[in-house]
Design a protein around this ligand. Sequence first.
Ligand code: INI
Length: 162
Amino acid sequence: MNVYAPVLDAGDRKFAVVVSRYNQLISVALLEACEATLNTHGAASGQIDVAWVPGAFEIPQAARQLAETGRYAAVITLGSVIRGGTPHFEYVCQGAADGVREIIRDTGVPVAFGVLTTDDLEQALARSGGEHGNKGEEAALAALEMAGLGPLLAESPKGSGS
Ligand code: INI
């Protein structure tokens, strides 16, 4: 069995982060963990560009523009959508998730989905540095892995002899 084995090292790759201002306390906690994780894996702060947008619904528009520049090995999206009493929640979540999926499909650039979709603020806090970890870290790790995997998939895996 030959396995494509990416190393979680940023090397000289650049990363873009799109983060929504809505529920800013959560966003800042996600962003800090994301940046720290990228730093830990070799991305200096100069290799990380951050774009703030108003809400999660706007994330795909900025993420697509950044992905299409070709400057970034991966784009990381961060934010939180917290359920209110109206269907607005569903539309914002759907728009963000569909939009991100379409960028990946259309550009081939990895886009990590670090947008929390929760029933309440407590669940969001638990996932932005609380008892359920920090999705900003998870999104950064996914971006690093996919950024490293892409170039490997372009060739046969080591040891396959072809
Ligand atoms: N945007 C969020 O990022 N999180 C939310 O919880 C949220 N709620 O609850 O409404 C939210 N709404 C704003 C939306 O993302 C757009 O910015 C707005 O509809 C303008 O296009």
